[in-house]
Write a protein that binds this ligand. Structure first.
Ligand code: SF4
Length: 445
């Protein structure tokens, strides 16, 4: 039997789709080239923006029409499945199964029923409201893997739906995480990204030894653990909340060569008034001090961030504060977006919404400034020798190889090179910059 995934939203969804795919593969299912050719279509959904849900509604309508032509099963999982759970079938009768965030245990029963050509129906009570981490989120053939270490969020930023759909924070057992790293190393994975809505509030207590692990201690243990096999060489993590970046964490990042020196530190805004309305729990000064402490302690640190423009009540002056924060910090990269009211969040009820055209114009100014900074920083790296993880042949020229740096920048190697470099780290001389991609010469493997 065949399956096809459409995954929307964040990296956590991509990791969760990969883990369900692992389960299907273990049951000898095969990936179909498209949803139109699959026996089972799985939509892994996002609720962060209303536009993400509208898009999924469009895809369900598409597959509803498909189901009139041939037999196939439509399953919806992820945040939208959790949010609309009980009303989903009324709203979208073409959907066969809805699997909420805390019902992962149902997948095996549902897949077994599809294999036997019957419809699965839940006879027992609904399962307890607990999040289960999958044993692996590995994607076949990839040299990179996400490793979820926690789920949920306790922060309740006023614009965000995540705490309502993913629930409160729960952390994964340290032993399970280390065991997954061994499996990933055996499969040739070279780089991992530890995932969670708020990774640095990771907290786990071993019930046998009574020993507790925080994010800095976990990160340190992971660095020690992967050193033994020497296969996984780069560790990233996201997302971190600035209020939870401790000096201990800064020390671990500085000390461990395996921890990539590109840290994502979402600031969201540069104005104290707006940060407070967003319930971000730090002031602009706190954030600036944190950046200063990190830069002092971690030489060559690169930073990326998230910027949310057009929050209710934002004035021109507030926006200027964000623009001058970008100039001050000089982030290597930023995810920039404008505020969209999200029903079910506190900010939904706030007055003084900013008109769409004003939000777009402000976002445009933020993007133009940040892109100019990113380009300047990238240009300053031309001539440097840097490690690159070679991933694949280049899409534009299959004769050339493609990879990325520790800072996540894309690199294409000049000239035809042996494909045996794929999956390995090499040292590259950055020769020139074309758009967002460096052209480079390989110095040595
Ligand atoms: S920290 Fe804030 S923005 Fe991030 S998931 Fe939690 S509530 Fe949402």
């Amino acid at each position: 039997m065949t399956y096809f995934f459409e995954s929307y939203g964040c990296q956590m969804n991509i990791a969760e789709s990969a883990s369900v795919e692992q389960l299907l593969m273990s049951r000898l299912w095969e990936r179909a080239p498209s949803g139109e050719q699959a026996d089972l279509v799985i939509l892994n959904t996002c609720s962060v923006r209303i536009t993400a849900e509208t898009r999924v509604a469009g895809r369900i309508a598409h597959y509803a029409a498909e189901k009139k032509k041939r037999s196939c099963t439509l399953l919806v999982m992820g945040c939208m499945a959790e949010r609309l759970h009980d009303t989903f079938f009324e709203e979208f009768p073409a959907v066969d199964y809805v699997v909420g965030m805390f019902e992962r245990d149902l997948f095996s029963d549902i897949f077994a029923a599809i294999e036997q050509g019957r419809h699965w129906q839940q006879l027992d009570e609904k399962p307890v409201n607990a999040y289960h981490f999958a044993s692996s989120s590995y994607t076949e053939g990839s040299f990179q893997s996400f490793v979820p270490i926690m789920n949920g969020c306790n922060n309740f930023c006023t614009y965000c739906i995540v705490p309502y759909v993913r629930g409160r924070e729960v952390s994964r057992s340290r032993d399970e995480i280390l065991a997954e790293l061994d499996v990933l190393a055996d499969r040739g994975v070279r780089e991992i990204t530890l995932l969670g809505q708020n990774v640095n509030s990771y907290s786990w207590t071993d019930s046998e030894s009574g020993r507790s692990y925080s994010f800095p201690s976990l990160l340190s243990d992971i660095a020690r653990h992967i050193e033994k096999k020497g296969i996984i060489r780069w560790v990233r993590f996201m997302s971190s909340h600035p209020k939870d970046v401790s000096d201990e964490l800064i020390d671990v990042i500085a000390r461990e060569p395996a921890v990539c020196k590109l840290i994502h530190l979402p600031v969201q805004h540069g104005s104290d008034r707006i940060l407070s309305a967003m319930n971000r729990r730090y002031s602009r000064k706190d954030y600036e001090n944190l950046v200063e402490r990190m830069r002092k302690r971690i030489p060559g640190l690169s930073l990326s961030t998230d910027i949310l423009v057009g929050f209710p009540g934002e004035t021109e002056e507030d926006l200027e504060r964000t623009l001058d924060l970008l100039k001050l910090v000089r982030y290597d990269a930023a995810f920039m977006y404008h505020y969209n009211p999200r029903e079910g969040t506190k900010a939904y009820a706030l007055p003084d919404r900013i008109p769409d055209e004003v939000k777009k114009e402000r976002l445009d100014r933020v993007i133009r400034l940040q892109h100019a900074i990113t380009r300047e920083l990238m240009q300053s790296r031309i001539g440097k020798e840097v490690p690159v993880l070679v991933e694949s042949p280049s899409r534009n020229n299959p004769e050339e190889l493609f990879g990325h740096t520790e800072q996540g920048e894309m690199v294409v190697f000049e000239g035809a090179l042996d494909s045996s470099f794929i999956g390995n780290f090499v040292v590259a001389h950055l020769v020139s910059l074309h758009g967002r991609t460096f052209r480079a010469r390989m110095i040595h493997a």
